[in-house]
Design a protein around this ligand. Sequence first.
Ligand code: GRG
Length: 300
Amino acid sequence: MSFSISLDATLATTKQQIHESFADFIAQQNIPEPKLANAIEYALLSGGKRIRPLLINLIGKSLGLSQTDLTPIGLAVECIHCYSLVHDDLPAMDDDDLRRGKPTCHIVYDEATAILAGDALQCMAFEVLASAHFSIFADKQRVELIALLSKAAGGCGMVAGQSIDLVSTNKQINIEQLTELHRLKTGALLEVCGALPCAISEHISIEHAELFRQFARHIGLAFQIQDDILDVTADTDTLGKPQGSDELANKSTFVSLLGLDGAKKELDKQHSKAVNALANLPYNTDELLSFTDFMVTRAY
Ligand code: GRG
């Protein structure tokens, strides 16, 4: 299925907005140490699909929320995402030299600086939420945003997933364990993108907020399954990482456990569940439907 023209335009606008917000935010921060400032900027501004802020914008738009309120939320989630990638690439973790087709942060700077850049990005996420000039809502919602994001990113969410991934390397795990690993490692942050806009909506019901969250959860799993499929089907230049690398040999994936056809079937299943969640919502979700198709057909 093709990525619709209207979503292409939304994606391009979002990427531009995110880029500008980051540049503004970093400039305002006035980080006193140039090497650290450059490493943070490198981690934030050197590419990326910006899938998470896009998802937040699309859900927020369908709820009638303003861009003024959505931009800082997308920015905060992207700070966490970029920090996680910088730390994931470190020698102590996945030890990757390339990210987004470019040298990783610790290769361009050094290991200590990359650790500190990730630390600073993590703090920035919460600073953005704590200090943003939101237009409509009160401190109760601001605290709820911080609580949701910290829980998704922390020791019961993304960090737990990363830890399970590290202890499972070179071990045989089953499909349930792999699904749980990814529900946390990549899924927790994507899932919370479904919850954050709902937390600042004045009219959404608890049931409908849960459907948005379920939608984002299925999208998150579909995203990871597609990533595993791309690892064995896409060409090296598109992904910027080598096929059949040591990392792939040591880790279970949806393809290694289910086979390519089985992984594609699981992808279809998650896609259908995401679409069903949308179908039960009383909002205009046309762009979210296009986004769902993009997530399962993306080639990069
Ligand atoms: C270090 C605490 C800690 C966590 C790391 C998300 C994560 C947890 C690691 C990423 C591992 C990885 C490469 C997974 C494959 C799928 C994935 C999440 C890719 C990166 O996300 P994209 O594709 O990245 O949204 P861009 O570059 O587009 O921003």
